[in-house]
Design a protein around this ligand. Sequence first.
Ligand code: MG
Length: 255
Amino acid sequence: MIPLKTPAEIERMRRASKIVAEILFELAEVVKPGVTTGYLNAVAEKEIRRRGAVSAFKGYKPFDDDLPFPGVICTSVNEQVVHGIPSERVVLKQGDIVSIDLGVICEGYCGDAATTLPVGKIRKEARRLLQVTEQSLWEGILRCRQPFRLHDISAAVQCNAESHGFSVVRKYFGHGIGKAMHEEPAVPNFGEPGTGPRLEPGMVLAIEPMINEGVADTEVLDDRWTVTTADGKLSAHFEHTVAITERGLEVLSRL
Ligand code: MG
């Protein structure tokens, strides 16, 4: 069963998601060559607190034997796909791309979004990867309404990414979101159109394509969090929290 949210619950998720959007916007202003991902984390932590919210990521561990995630954001640089750990030792340099993923809880409800940013001037192929990944996210978002089915979202993301010669990460998915950051259903970024549950008002989904320049395969570093591409080529990640409403759809994590 996919949990449905009431309009009052969606109102709370709107607030949490707006906080996420505002902080990602501020972080985008901070990203430049010479800045550490640890500094970005410190800025995000201060901004979350200032808004009376709490991090949905810090201390997060999906399974009991996992290491709790230490940051309030995930910062994944270049070939890192998702779940990179922010650190004072990771200095962003000209030509890098950095994915920043942020989740907060406000009044008991979560908001979750991610963006991939260029650090200074980046090469043309990297710029194209960012554009196509963001465009794939929006292709998915446009299907977040009736009469579509869940995998229409997945197929739209996949079709857009692959039509540009990029590959879709298979191992990590988008997700339902609400009181918990990860709820039913899983939202794969690949699939057969016309399949999966019918989308209904009250569903809130985090759509989050992870798109690779080379192969789709991934590996996990020894820190047990950071996911990288298997071939060392670039990866990008964009995410929005989207509510399906009576009137259509609403991207909650947008300014
Ligand atoms: Mg997410």
